[in-house]
Design a protein around this ligand. Sequence first.
Ligand SMILES: CC(C)(COP(=O)(O)OP(=O)(O)OC[C@H]1O[C@@H](n2cnc3c(N)ncnc32)[C@H](O)[C@@H]1OP(=O)(O)O)[C@@H](O)C(=O)NCCC(=O)NCCS
Length: 330
Amino acid sequence: MVRYYAKISGTGRGIPEKILNNFDLEKMVETSDEWIKTRTGMSERRVAADDKACSDYATIAAEHALQSAGLAARDLDMIIVGTVTADYAFPSTACIVQRNLGVKNIPAFDVSAGCPGWIYTSNIAKQYIENGINRHIMVIGADMLTKITNYKDRNTCILFGDAAGATIISRASDIDISRIIDADISADGSNWDLLVQPGGGSRMPASYKSVRERQHTVYMEGNKVFKLAVKSMFSSCEKVLKRNNLDTNSIDWVIPHQANMRIIEALGKKLKLDISKIIVNIEKYGNTSAATIPVALDESMRSGKIRHGDIVLMTSFGAGMTSGSLLVRI
Ligand SMILES: CC(C)(COP(=O)(O)OP(=O)(O)OC[C@H]1O[C@@H](n2cnc3c(N)ncnc32)[C@H](O)[C@@H]1OP(=O)(O)O)[C@@H](O)C(=O)NCCC(=O)NCCS
């Protein structure tokens, strides 16, 4: 069987305009700019407009990615969206993005994998490219966590922002040096209850009580999640590096999930990484869930920081508890 290689051929992002900064949060809950900055590294985050949903920003990101790849929407063979804040319980956000892009008769579906949603979807796309079935797949990580945030809970409301990031994963040509070198995805369902939106699903359908008790917002045991995040991202990175006989000296850039600056620093330390190789934009956006990595990748490629041929390791962790990494030569 012929095996093809997959590569990232285009990137884009859709970022809401409205900014919520630490001083705004000081007016909403008992917190301070200083606490938020020192405990998380965040200064501000973006908030989706009231009349906009996940698919709106995902579509902007998708169009941006198509432009950068020099492709038209009709060239796409599949659309996958990693999200936990879909427009609706059904249909999938990917189907709405498909309608917005004006394409028909290709598969479109969402993947619920928490913050590593984009890593999971990229891994799926990689398989369809490598087995020769598809040539171009739109892979989006998009979340609107502010829509499910409890702005009375200071433990969580300071953390989250909204954004969408898109990448196109395409078949690499024979002479291309760009390729997805490896990918790893995993989950540990035994800790699913550490990070959950309890209400709104079949376990707890919406009721007056569930709304009154704010069960339709994020519940998180921050401390436990913090420790598992460091451990899981480290073991995923280690697995991928070992499998490819690489160490962190051979990596040009690491893009970790942007959940907390202290998580990023602890991961960097365990990986014995030079901090200058770690890409961070957490101060501007906070934790945008599945969007953190594709947004940071798009920003870094467009600014010229990440260049053609660079080796980039991306890693994430989130609700499930899920984790995963993607090793790419750009
Ligand atoms: C949420 C998080 C920032 C909290 O930071 P922390 O250092 O673990 O803080 P703790 O939860 O231990 O709380 C320390 C104290 O600060 C307080 N505190 C919590 N949030 C606060 C806030 N926004 N402002 C001021 N004080 C706050 C707590 O009430 C606690 O007070 P106490 O000691 O009097 O009980 C951190 O645990 C975290 O980032 N967790 C992982 C988040 C994550 O990755 N989530 C998504 C995964 S994709």
